[in-house]
Design a protein around this ligand. Sequence first.
Ligand SMILES: [Zn+2]
Length: 497
Amino acid sequence: MRIITGGMNHESNTLNPIITGEDDFVIFRGERMLSEGMLPYYSSTGVIRTLRETGCEVVPTVLARAVPNGVVSARLYAALKAELLERVEAALAAGPVDGACFGLHGSMKVEGLGCAEGDLLAAVRKLLPGVPVTVALDMHATVTDELLAHADGLVGYKTAPHVDCAETGAHAARMLLTALRTGKRLVTARRSIPMLVAGEKSESAAEPMRSLLERCREAEKAPGVMAASLLLGFPWADDEHGAVTALVTTLGDGKAAKEAAQDIADGLAEAFWARRRDFVFRSEYYDSAEAMRVAYKAVLEEGQAPVFVSDSGDNPTAGSTGDSTDVLERVLETMGTVDSLPTPLLYSGFYDAAATAACLAAGAGASIDVTVGGTWDRVNGKRITLGVEILRTIRGYGPYASDVALVRHRNVALVLTSKHIGFGDEELLPALGVRAEDHCLVVVKLGYLEACFRDVAARAIMATSKGCSNEVLESIPYRKIRRPIYPLDPSMSFMGA
Ligand SMILES: [Zn+2]
């Protein structure tokens, strides 16, 4: 069997003014997808591996991925879409195609277009009418009518933080192969749940997500049920599609399969809604000033180290700008205390291309003034000038080829990057010769701690700081989200409850 595959993965934060462009993406084209694009945290890796293991001919198209950020450039999306479609056409010219299986985020937005995945699949469907199409989605996917209309089977990640990406890709590939082998159709039903859920309230290891996802896994054991997913949507995109979705794919022809899928989706939606008040922050949390006060006390009076403070309102991996200065301002206001800490306070970090370039130009050992913050987030970010000593610089770090600098301002060690990359990256600090555990206090622009930090943290404190990934959804001035929606409208009812 010949199966088309490809992927686009971007979570677009519409509160962030950055337009995500070509420099922000890692793009694998054609055969390169099969050689260099097989990373363990890509859903397409599971798709490709499963198809190959079953003897299918895999036809690669385009795989494009970027760190969550502002909406994607219209020009770039048009070019990626055109290239993907050209490759589908070339595959068709070479012989029959039996199906298609894609790895997509589900919350990618394009300037002037809005939700991208439905648009992409509609175009693919035009070229491949009558062949089954399955999709592996992120757990934070937004499900639009168009996306649903042009995919036969869909399945989302069941872990957050996401550690089952390749597994979900394999699941999507298996659904496709089952449909092809049996000659039966895949049908998908959904139930939208009018809720916005902050990422830090919905880790899959904690309640209520743990039980709700278990319910999905149980549902998948029933005969004919191919996938049951709870897709949380993306609360930092202000558009009319924002919601949680229960999505169920079954195998079979006719009304019975559709009704079975709808029954299960309704049951999942009802169960999700019943637990709505149980979505709460798991770690201790405070506003920025209080978070720093509690952290200083933990280090200086309670002897805890390292204490982590998540600057959660400006988390680049949730698409924030990475240059809000809310927490940095609180640090600079309390420099007397910071200077008394037994080790430098490590702050990882700031996305500031100009400041990073100035550090690379001056080189390690030099002392210069750099200005950080407020380039993109002009609401929560101020331009702050700091006298710093440059400790270390790296050119072209990681898959996004970011320049990185480690600088010191009094008793603060600060990481600066030239590209919008995530600060939960476990290799970033070691590349700078830094170990988080050698610092008594670590501030990181991140939400829940990634395993590399969680494993060493003596204490994890979340600052509900100001930025484009503000975790206090009730305080975001949404304009387009469809109302009523929970928790913005806490007394609303849904499905009779
Ligand atoms: Zn996600």
